[in-house]
Design a protein around this ligand. Structure first.
Ligand SMILES: *[C@@H]1O[C@H](CO)[C@@H](O)[C@H](O)[C@H]1NC(C)=O
Ligand SMILES: *[C@@H]1O[C@H](CO)[C@@H](O)[C@H](O)[C@H]1NC(C)=O
Ligand SMILES: *[C@@H]1O[C@H](CO)[C@@H](O)[C@H](O)[C@H]1NC(C)=O
Ligand SMILES: *[C@@H]1O[C@H](CO)[C@@H](O)[C@H](O)[C@H]1NC(C)=O
Ligand SMILES: *[C@@H]1O[C@H](CO)[C@@H](O)[C@H](O)[C@H]1NC(C)=O
Ligand SMILES: *[C@@H]1O[C@H](CO)[C@@H](O)[C@H](O)[C@H]1NC(C)=O
Ligand SMILES: *[C@@H]1O[C@H](CO)[C@@H](O)[C@H](O)[C@H]1NC(C)=O
Ligand SMILES: *[C@@H]1O[C@H](CO)[C@@H](O)[C@H](O)[C@H]1NC(C)=O
Length: 422
């Protein structure tokens, strides 16, 4: 009798103790015995903080943490394990853990968010089940070589940067509502085999990109300073903006299904080995500006009929501006500025005036000719007589285009020229 009363009291005490430790808003462990004291909770409704006094942490017995799990600013901890843990409701934060080498979470599948920063000794994860449910991931400055064990299918954010030994990022994401950004890692091969759309998408300093299912980038798609030689977006039909800059090794870009580019426009510049910009066979509309700069000889956009912004083209190779001149003449360039400046091409043109085709009004234009000198003038012309010697290949009928030939500058109206000749 006495014995059973005692044990009942012990049970009540244990239950009370369990309630108090298991239900704290935040439980801070300053030693392994503090972690041992919550092992019988099974789950924690609040958050768990592991302080900078531990050299290793074993979170045994806990299968779920309702709040967050935080380990930060600890320069001596080398191992964190949680053999039973399968979910963390809030943020899983690991930051500034300079000696951490082992992260052992074999059952972890669901996490509110991952925020791991400055874990320079962490090279592998033991995430046997794998995190498949984690909408927000930020991993920066680790020694990870792969993200094996991190495999979300949907995300708001997925940002991976400054992990200098990261060889592979291969993630089954289907979409990202905010952004995907893989930047400044090692020579990372990046693959998102199931990705259909992302709001913003950025790849910087990567070795390869594979996005075979990608159809839409709602916002901006940035490809900057990568080291791949070719880029193919085989299913991409629409982007809010496309920037391809400073990719020194790229020789081939192919966007075979891309039809529309939004207000953020198209910017292809400083890709030193890229001579062929004709990888846009279906591009029809660009709602922003177009900037093409580099050493290219071919930039044929056979379906392009409307550019709502300005167009700036500069090639230091022999590039024929005729197609863009014709687009401008057809009022296909709605922005105020159109400039096409190519080396050794008589078709270079710069048009800073708003295009109007009213014959006889004055025009201001700048033309760059083969010798790379630039002239600007303002003139009006009602006759094509002297202009018939101009060597322009531009089609007649254009307004406000100045043609420069080797001998002199002719500025005026090709509309008039057109009528003068015919
Ligand atoms: C206290 O925590 C336990 C174990 O997580 C849980 O079963 C119980 O519902 C919680 N009680 C309250 C009042 O939150
Ligand atoms: C990190 O810990 C060190 C030593 O304990 C302390 O001086 C420093 O203020 C802490 N830094 C942060 C950001 O908490
Ligand atoms: C998406 O990119 C655009 C253009 O670069 C930028 O203005 C916007 O803030 C980005 N959105 C997010 C969520 O990063
Ligand atoms: C590419 O798009 C087509 C048409 O929408 C679709 O049938 C095909 O499965 C897509 N390819 C990939 C690899 O997703
Ligand atoms: C982005 O585009 C896809 C495909 O059209 C669409 O399903 C998705 O809702 C869009 N997302 C955003 C954030 O606008
Ligand atoms: C091209 O690179 C040069 C030198 O790095 C830089 O000044 C310029 O702004 C870049 N142009 C574009 C369009 O990115
Ligand atoms: C330019 O690149 C596109 C896309 O890769 C390709 O289809 C085309 O044949 C290339 N054109 C030339 C002249 O190399
Ligand atoms: C540019 O490339 C297109 C497609 O690749 C081709 O049809 C065209 O002849 C090329 N133009 C020049 C001037 O090389």
């Amino acid at each position: 009798m006495f014995r059973s009363v005692l044990s009942l009291a012990a049970l009540v005490a244990a239950a009370q103790a369990a309630t108090s430790v298991c239900n704290q808003t935040t439980y801070t462990a300053t030693s392994q015995s503090d972690l041992d004291a919550i092992a019988s909770c099974g789950s924690l409704s609040g958050s768990l903080v592991i302080s900078d006094t531990l050299t290793s942490a074993a979170i045994d017995g806990i299968s779920s943490i309702g709040g967050s799990l935080t380990v930060s600013n600890n320069s001596q901890i080398n191992t964190i394990s949680a053999p039973a843990l399968d979910s963390i409701g809030g943020a899983f934060t690991l930051s500034e853990l300079t000696l951490l080498t082992s992260l052992n979470f074999p059952r972890l599948a669901s996490v509110g968010s991952i925020y791991w920063v400055t874990l320079p000794a962490l090279s592998t994860l033991t995430f046997t089940t794998g995190v498949t449910d984690c909408p927000s991931i930020y991993i920066s400055d680790t020694d990870l070589t792969s993200l094996d064990g991190i495999s979300p299918t949907v995300a708001t954010k997925f940002e991976i940067n400054n992990n200098l030994n990261l060889d592979t990022v291969d993630i089954p994401l289907e979409y990202a509502t905010d952004q995907i950004d893989v930047s400044y890692n090692g020579n990372t091969d990046v693959s998102f085999p199931d990705l259909k759309w992302s709001n913003n998408l950025t790849f910087q300093d990567v070795a390869s990109v594979s996005t075979p299912s990608l159809t839409t980038v709602n916002g901006s798609y940035l490809l900057i300073s990568n080291v791949f030689t070719s880029l193919t977006a085989s299913n991409l039909t629409s982007v809010g903006g496309l920037t391809i800059t400073d990719n020194d090794d790229v020789t081939s870009i192919s966007f075979p299904e891309l039809v529309t580019i939004g207000t953020a426009g198209l910017d292809i510049a400083n890709n030193t080995d890229l001579e062929n910009l004709s990888g846009f066979p279906k591009l029809t509309t660009v709602s922003g500006a177009i900037i093409l700069e580099g050493s290219f000889t071919n930039a044929t956009f056979p379906e392009l009929t409307l550019v709502r912004g300005a167009v700036t083209i500069e090639s230091d190779e022999d590039f024929d501006c005729s197609d863009f001149n014709a687009l401008d003449e057809d009022n296909g360039i709605r922005g105020n500025d159109y400039k096409c400046d190519a080396a050794s091409s008589s078709t270079s043109v710069a048009n800073t005036a708003v295009a109007t085709s009213t014959s006889g009004s004055s025009a201001e234009a700048t033309t760059t000719k083969a010798s790379k000198t630039t002239t600007s003038s303002s003139a009006s012309s009602t006759s094509g007589s002297s202009a018939s010697t101009a060597t322009s290949t531009s089609t007649a009928g254009a307004a406000n285009i100045a043609i420069s030939t080797s001998g002199y500058v002719f500025t005026g109206f090709l509309t008039a020229l057109f009528f003068g000749i015919f």
